[in-house]
Each structure stands twice: as structure tokens, then as C-alpha cells.
Design a protein around this ligand. Sequence first.
Ligand code: KG4
Ligand code: ZN
Length: 359
Amino acid sequence: MKILGIESSCDETSAAVVEDGKRLLSNVVHSQIDIHAEYGGVIPEIAARSHIETINPVVNKALEDAACSWDDIDAIAVTYAPGLVGSLLIGTLAARTLAVVHDKPLYAIHHVEAHVYANFIVEQKDTSSLVLPSKQPAFPMLALIVSGGHSQLVLFRDHGDYELLGQTQDDAVGEAFDKVAKIIGLPYPGGPSIEKAAAHGDPHAYKLPKARMENPYDFSFSGLKTAVLRSVQAEVGKDFTFPSHELAALLTDKQRYDFAASFSRVAIETLVDKAERAYNDYSPASVVIAGGVAASRPLREELSRRLPLSIEYAPMSLCTDNAAMIATLGYYYAQKRPADDPYALEVVPSISMTSTMWA
Ligand code: KG4
Ligand code: ZN
């Protein structure tokens, strides 16, 4: 079964073809990062307009790369939630139209749940050269989902049967990376630029707090971000009355690297502490990480060092936003539930993933 996936929830326009929920035939990603970097974050109106311009060429390229015609495609899967409303509308409108015109079943996909399914892609066309996991993760599977909008620990007993163990009570971890990068004067997106800067810094230079939570699997990153801000203010001899966007210019490169390293260490340790605790409490057969922050090399290294099982990571390009993960999850939906109505599908900008979506 070949599924065409479409993703447009934030600032990537993507289309992909995946066979049988595991074999990658194509994955085309048009990133708007260069457009938004100028503003230090995603501007929703600009994102939506860019999706309109690129969605058709991206879909056509995905079919071409997969050497597929419409006759070869068995179903379409599209992100309907969560995300920026204008961005979601473009992808879903394209998918709904294509489903009607080409008479294909349509599956509405939750973006965050799909991030987890990047880990189920284990085969590819001969011409591709991604380093993929050798096999699909076994159930029960513990998933650490860490992106720009979400930080969650989820225990999957099977496809469509999972339990949310904990989640962030304020900022997502990727959001914290992006905000801290802005404070210390590193470019957007913050995750990769902090990773690069941190390699030159001392991870123990500044003392930063780890939040204590009532539910040990919950996260909180807003206090950590504020602690970085206060620490930067103290370091350059300014207080809260000084404009925060002017602080970065007063830091030396050494201070910038040390802040990047100290923040990164605490953020990553926090994620791994909780994943380790959940591992010990639930003894899952596999552990996966998902979402843009899963592209972090230091996070992968720390997790592998602390957990007593070998973890096979998805390639970086399947961790950040892409349609391959959407098409992959679409396959498992198609095994379990009826297709959605292309005439009635609505976008939902803000909703958590739940097993009930599989019913
Ligand atoms: O999943 P994603 O591409 O978009 C959302 O669904 O949010 O995640 C984007 C987030 C951004 O906050 C970005 O800073 C972060 O992932 N990120 C990283 C790294 N690469 C991307 N965070 C830490 N280290 C990285 N190497
Ligand atoms: Zn994402």
C-alpha cells in the first residue's frame, strides 16, 4: 500500500510517498527557515503564503521521485492538527482536493503522533542513502516527544493504544532552545545553533535550575529560560529594566558559548532524567525519540549513555518536520479505521494526541 503524505503545519512544506508504513520512496521538504530567520521566528501569514506557492510543486516532485503516478497511490494522509491555522489550511485543502479529484481515501493525521512514526521507517529505495534503523521499534515502546511545540513522554502498548505519562506544563523544550538562542544572540532556529555554540563552551560555567514537578514525568522549561535571562543580566551588569533584545550584544563569545553549553546540559539532562525514570518504572521493549529536538546529537549521546538498551535513532532529516512520518502513520490508520470525509475535514490548531483518534 502506497500512501502520499502531506505536511504543512508550521514552516515546512512537505510531501512524501511511503510504502506499507515502512519503506521510504520519496520525501520532499521545502523549508522556509531562511525566510523566517530574518525575523527570529515563524511569521504565520508569511508561512501560509509560502505554503500556497510551493504545495503543488512539492507534491508533484514527491510523486516523481517515488516514480509513482496517481494510479499507484492508494491513499492520502495529511496533517490536520496541531499547528498554525493558516499553514494547516493550505495542506488540508490541497489533500482534500486531491482526494476528491483522484478518488483516494483520505486520513487526517495528528502531527505530534506522526513524529513518533518517523522511527518506523526502516527501508528505502536503492538510490537513497539515509542511515535507517535496522528494524521497527517493539511494543511496549516508550516515546520521548520533543519538538518546538511539544514535550511529552508517551507509553505505546500497540499502534493506537497509548498513554500520556507526562508533558510540559509551560514551554516546550524546542521553544526554550529557540528563546534562549534569541537571548544570547544566536540565530533561529535555536536548537542547531545552540548545539554548535555549546561545543565550544563549558557546560558547568553557569548554575541553572532543574524544575521539580509533582508528576515526575511532567516537564517545565520556562523557569530555566528565565534563569538564563537573569544570569545574562547579572553577567553584563544590567537589570530587568534594560531591553532584553539588547543584552546579547554585551556578551563576549566565551560567555555566549558558556551559556549555550550550560543551558543545553540542563535541558538535555532534564529530558533524559525523566526518560530514564519512565524506563525504570515501565520496562519498555524499546525507546524512541521524536520531534525536531530529537535531531540533537548531545541528547542522543546522553540517552544512549544512560539507558541500558541500544537505541536506533531515525535520521536527522526524518526528525524535523517532514511528510514521510505523516504517510507512515497514515498506513497504520488505514489498517485500523475508516477514512475521513474529504468534504468535511477541518483543521484543529490546538489539540493533544489521544488513542481515541484511532477509533
Ligand atoms: O518538530 P519540529 O521540526 O517542529 C515542530 O513541530 O515544532 O521541531 C522544531 C524544533 C525547534 O524548536 C528547533 O530549535 C528544535 O526543534 N531543534 C533542535 C535541534 N534541531 C532542531 N533542538 C536541539 N538540538 C537540535 N540539534
Ligand atoms: Zn514537528
